[in-house]
Ligand binder design. Sequence first.
Ligand SMILES: [Zn+2]
Length: 100
Amino acid sequence: MLFDARIHPETPACRLSRRRVERLHASMRTILARAIEAGGSSVQDYRDADGDPGDFQFEHKVYDRTGEPCVVCGTPIRMTRVGGRSSHFCPKCQKKPRAR
Ligand SMILES: [Zn+2]
């Protein structure tokens, strides 16, 4: 969702402009709908109620793709940790917010 909205994962929510919040909201709706349609993401042990894996992991653009080229610009995908969780991103498409 952050990749789709072109937002760096370390951007504090309070620094997002209204326009970027609206873009992120649109990305959330689009990607959640697509993920549900694909049956979810089976990156480890997720299975649906019938025991079947989902297929959305095949559509991940940055997640778990560290070092692979960005599908938009070809820059290698990077990983960082945010609140103890891994977060994958393209350093060119998702610019880090400037310190202030
Ligand atoms: Zn990129």
